[in-house]
Design a binder for this molecule. Structure first.
Ligand code: GLY
Length: 318
């Protein structure tokens, strides 16, 4: 079997015809990353089902894993950085091309909701660190302890062992969520605590529009999860939307970008990245550099299901 700089290349699975089936016209579609996307989609679906706006759906959907202490790389209860602090990144985009983001935010359980207010109540796109926290507090958010016993125990163990595990499917699972509402409008949101035991101050791809998330209501949307440094060097979500603009299906668009990343980015074969995408017609796609990526999809006809995505390489071994 072929290898790419020592990584195992999986045979064959690429384009999945089933993913190109168009949903009934005017019916909502939601796609999100990982298993925790299932609960997020269900919350988002309630909003879309009653004719609500995609922007509300993506925010409320992403709030679910943000508040869930059992999801350890989004919001409350996450892995801390190497100084024992949980720092959060998030972004959101609406159907009018507006975007908001926060980075290096501490003490707020729902960073994506702060990102939305940055978009709606300031002339800016991103607020970071103390400024983002001050803005959140001015706008009614409460500062809270985000570390759970899990977060503290994992940090204590990391301090003792100082072993930097490679990013894997169990310590790095940003939520990206894209939705189309009954009016055909697309919005997206993304939220993460980033890589476990990252350097204090590190910011990843999730709050960078075009990297962790991109929505263009004429064409479609895309979102990322995985090692942000790789996504930031390639503006993966923007590239996927541009591919769709030039005629690719969402699935083809994701696959082309993953192939480009593995060809161009040094060490990408050791640093997994995964993408989801949806186009204006409600067709969706998902693909990753490495095996093991799951995504949640919700449609009128199919309900909410968790699916495994294709990849070019075998799962990263830890
Ligand atoms: N994809 C999220 C991060 O790397 O921070």
């Amino acid at each position: 079997m072929a290898t790419l700089a020592g990584a195992l290349i999986l045979p064959g699975r690429t384009y999945d015809e089933k993913l190109t089936v168009k949903p009934s016209s005017g019916s909502p579609v939601i796609i999100s990353t990982w298993k925790h996307g299932v609960a997020a989609n269900r919350e988002a679906w309630k909003i879309l089902q009653r004719g609500g706006r995609a922007l509300d759906a993506v925010e409320k959907g992403v709030n679910v894993p943000e508040k869930d202490p059992e999801v350890h790389s989004v919001g409350y209860g996450s892995y801390p950085d190497r100084d024992g602090v949980i720092t959060l990144d998030a972004s959101i985009m609406d159907e009018n091309g507006n975007g908001g983001a926060v980075s290096f935010l501490q003490g707020i359980k729902t960073p994506v909701s702060v990102a939305r207010l940055v978009m709606e109540r300031t002339p800016h796109v991103m607020l970071a660190g103390e400024g983002a926290l001050a803005f959140a507090l001015e706008n009614g958010f409460q500062k809270e302890e985000l570390r759970t016993d899990f977060s503290i125990q994992k940090w204590e163990k990391w301090k003792k062992d100082k072993v930097n595990r490679p990013v894997d499917l169990h310590n790095h699972d940003t939520i990206s969520l894209l939705a189309i509402d009954q009016h055909g409008n697309i919005s997206g949101a993304c939220s993460t605590s980033g890589i476990a035991f990252k350097h204090h101050g590190r910011v990843g791809d999730s709050p960078i529009l075009g990297a962790g998330l991109f929505v263009d209501n004429e064409t479609g949307g895309a979102g990322a999860t995985g090692v942000g440094e790789v996504v930031m060097k390639t503006l993966g979500s923007f590239a996927i939307v541009e591919n769709m603009r030039h005629g690719f299906t969402p699935q083809q668009a994701c696959e082309e970008v993953v192939k480009r990343i593995l060809k161009k980015v040094k060490d990408a074969e050791k640093n997994p990245v995964f993408f989801i995408a949806v186009n204006k017609d409600g067709e969706f796609g998902a693909y990753g550099t490495h095996a093991g990526f799951e995504y949640a999809i919700s449609t009128q006809d199919g309900g909410t299901v968790l699916k495994g995505a294709g990849s070019m390489l075998a799962e990263v071994s830890v």
